[in-house]
Design a binder for this molecule. Sequence first.
Ligand code: SAM
Length: 239
Amino acid sequence: MQIRKLHLATKWFGKIVPSNLKGKKKSSQEWLTRQLNDPYVERAKIMNYRCRSAFKLLEIDQKYSLIQPGSTVIDCGAAPGSWSQLAVKHSNADGSKHGMPKGMVIGIDLLQIYPIEHATLLGNSDFTKPETQNKIRSLLGERRIDCVLSDMAPNATGVRSLDQENIITLCYAVLRFAILMSSSKASLLMKVWDNSEVVTLEKNMQKYYTHVKRIKPKASRDDSAENFLLGRGFVGIER
Ligand code: SAM
């Protein structure tokens, strides 16, 4: 990774300051400095996760056991792939937990996703498009989903209200798919950016899940509006 190649010249009040920032935009300088000082970035490298987001799912899954051996998991917005990496392990899609049922993991992203053993990845695919959802349906066959994950985030336009509208649209696409395709008692975890629409989304989730809560994992940066909505105990459409 590029960051590894950076010459770390100065340790300044315990903060690592990269030395070769000359000519880089201020936003890039800030990003590099933040990455170098982020303990989750370093831990992700050590543990071979593709990005620091892994620790958000790890924390939530450790607490709520969303993914069990044998679980069928859909990971929306999967690139670069750390959530799918975890889902493969926890669902036993790789068969590493001998004697336990094997799960299935399908990851989808607008971007290309480098292969992850034992996961089926649909790169260059927009989750909101009917053709993508049809592909997922045909991969599932008779299976129902036990856990729907969405860490999807639209590209920020810089116009706050528009960005918020875009992420809420993604969330409703995920919720709709989860309602149609989930098994009884399934879970749904999705990223939101805190705004007034989230309350309505939470209320809509409560129609289909017995427990709904908002979570801010420790690995989620304090200065970010990012939160996660977790629904557990899918009750189906009839309720
Ligand atoms: N959870 C991922 C991981 O652990 O590697 C990181 C996900 S990243 C924060 C958000 C991803 O959502 C981006 O890769 C982006 O391309 C994807 N995304 C945004 N809109 C999407 C859409 N409509 N369909 C599929 N993926 C989308």
